[in-house]
Design a protein. Structure first.
Length: 582
């Protein structure tokens, strides 16, 4: 049973999130024989005939499960207990489909953080090899006290009491089940026997299976559970290697890729009746455990680090992750759906000159290539323990069961930035003036333009309230009226005013207004004339304002003024350009 767990994490949608566990079968998996079939060793005259282990001592007080060991990783309490395969544990098991409890949401103005709480539990009959100095003490046939093994992450001391002979056997489809009888199973003798069996392997080690698991993690404790749960004592510092930042905007997933090449077993000869130790009181101690098999290969562990840009992406992923359950395996395909530029992968290669690398902007293929290339380069001597099994002194298989205290964690995303207002720059240009009579005229005109936003007049950008054109005789601030020959065509002006209209004002669709305050002909080709139209006392009649909504303007605008049988046309161009507010 695989022990991997999945924490439901907020994330975003992608097309193929829930993938089955990636298990690449390179060749038929190795079947490890339950019994050791021995042959007569003529050189030593020892008969190792077939049989079953029937100890002649009493296990009346033998405990079916060992007391739990508590440890703390990154502030999270973890309880671990070893149980014989026929025993029952009192560790409460959580449902694989249990969802994190929502503890509320906070917003500090910079981040929106969802708080969660979850308890996890898991179990397996296979123990992951510890990722610490303790790995050097992991060899077939070693016997440790349960507490010593669990609590010493560097160099647990094996039990030194004199032992009975033991068989160390290479169980591999490519090695023919070669074995060594170790008459005096000291640490040195057992490691020497394993070394002889390893050296008998071909230089290019077989690859029985490669397994890749990608699971969610929220802190060091969940990472340790994924890669070391069971017998390692949790001696590997995830934060030291991978820089996992708790309660941050980052989201993490663990990668665990195992290449399993061969297994070495340790078992009593089948005719043994005296147990592992010569001293029966040591044999009767249920706390003593033998490493009954070690599987060697190569291993890559890693961390996917990603960041989400919106709360919606996080919530969408949370729903999909919850549907998978805590035992779900995302597979490396998840990388193809993550945000480029916001995702990286760190890989730590274990065994044979491995080290740490970082892959920016990773894809499923780029990460798989790195893992495969490294694993293909392995030889038998570079293999390290990747998993192992324990048996008790009754020769019963042991399983581990682990449960955590409450794991409190947060998943945060940036507070969405309010979109910057988009103002509008309105440019108004009086292009030219034309006369329907196509005559010579000394023309006086005072004309204003403006933007009316719900009764409020926008000032021209210069802040001055002035006419866009003012030709009048004797008026301060106005030009002397020109004598224009309209017979040659429109008279060019090209005077421009600009206005800044806010996003809210533009949304109301304000009016563009042209107000002709006065138009007068001082002289024409037909003779003098001072007939005027406009707002002043002696003017014949007022000129109606020209009005049009800004959003309705299409092309040039023609503003006309009628006087004495003539039509003066003022051609305007009005352009609107978005301006992002700094």
């Amino acid at each position: 049973m695989k022990k991997y767990m999945l924490i439901a994490l907020p994330f975003f949608s992608f097309s193929a999130l829930a993938q089955p566990p990636v298990k690449i079968i390179i060749s038929p998996p190795v079947k490890i024989a339950d019994k050791i079939i021995t042959t007569k060793d003529k050189s030593k005259g020892t008969d190792k005939s077939s049989g079953t282990y029937k100890p002649n001592h009493n296990f009346q007080n033998f405990l079916p499960s060992l007391p739990e060991v508590r440890t703390s990783i990154g502030g999270t309490g973890i309880r671990t207990k070893f149980v014989s395969n026929g025993g029952v544990s009192d560790i409460k098991k959580m449902s694989p489909n249990e969802k994190p409890k929502d503890k509320g949401t906070t917003n500090d103005g910079q981040s929106i953080c969802h708080s969660y709480s979850i308890k996890l539990s898991s179990e397996s009959e296979t123990f992951d090899a510890p990722l610490s100095e303790k790995m050097d003490n992991l060899y077939p046939g070693a016997i440790y006290n349960y507490y010593t093994w669990m609590k010493d992450n560097v160099s647990p001391q094996s039990i030194k009491s004199p032992r009975n002979p033991i068989i160390v056997q290479l169980a591999s489809s490519s090695a023919g089940g070669q074995m060594k009888l170790v008459n005096n199973p000291t640490s040195n003798e057992l490691q020497s026997a394993s070394g002889v069996l390893k050296s008998s392997m071909p230089a290019r080690a077989p690859n029985s299976t490669t397994e890749i698991y990608v699971n969610s993690i929220v802190d060091e404790a969940t990472f340790a559970l994924n890669i070391e749960a069971g017998g390692g004592g949790f001696g590997f510092s995830a934060n030291g290697k991978f820089g996992i930042a708790k309660n941050s905007r980052k989201t993490y997933l663990s990668i665990d890729a195992k290449q399993k090449s061969y297994t070495i077993q340790a078992n009593l000869p089948e005719d043994s009746v005296y147990g592992f130790f010569k001293d029966q009181t040591v044999n009767s101690n249920s706390e003593n455990l033998i490493i009954s098999s070690v599987t060697y290969g190569r291993r890559v562990i890693g961390v996917i680090e990603t960041e989400f840009e919106s709360e919606g992406q996080q919530i969408d992923f949370s729903l999909k992750a919850s549907a998978m359950g805590f035992t779900g395996n995302f597979g490396l395909g998840i990388l193809n759906g993550l945000i480029r530029g916001k995702t990286s992968v760190k890989l730590f290669f274990i065994g044979g000159g491995g080290g740490m690398i970082e892959i920016p902007d990773p894809t499923e293929q780029s990460v798989m290539d790195k893992i495969n290339n490294w694993m293909r380069s392995a030889n038998s001597t570079e293999m390290v323990p990747v998993s192992f099994t324990f048996r008790n002194m009754k020769n019963e298989g042991m399983r581990w069961e682990t449960a955590t205290d409450n794991i409190n964690y947060q998943q945060c995303v940036p507070v969405p930035q309010k979109p910057k207002p988009i103002d509008q720059k309105v440019s108004v240009t009086l292009i030219n003036i034309s006369d329907s009579k196509r005559e010579k005229v000394t023309l006086g005109v005072e004309q204003f333009v403006g933007i009316n936003t719900q009764g409020n007049w926008k000032k021209e950008s210069s802040g001055l309230s002035k006419p866009i054109i003012c030709w009048m005789e004797g008026w301060n601030g106005c030009q002397v009226p020109p004598n224009i020959n309209f017979n040659s065509g429109p008279h060019s002006i090209n005077s421009t005013f600009t206005y800044m209209v806010s996003e809210a004002e533009y949304a109301s669709n304000p009016e563009f207004v042209v107000h002709t305050k006065r138009l007068v002909m001082y002289r024409t080709s037909a003779g003098g004339s001072k007939n005027a139209v406009g707002d002043y006392k002696d003017d014949k009649y007022p000129v109606p304002d020209f009005k049009i909504r800004l959003k309705d303007i299409k092309g040039l605008l023609q503003v006309t003024v009628h006087i004495e049988g003539r039509i003066f046309t003022f051609s305007y161009r009005v352009s609107v350009e978005p301006q992002v507010t700094p």
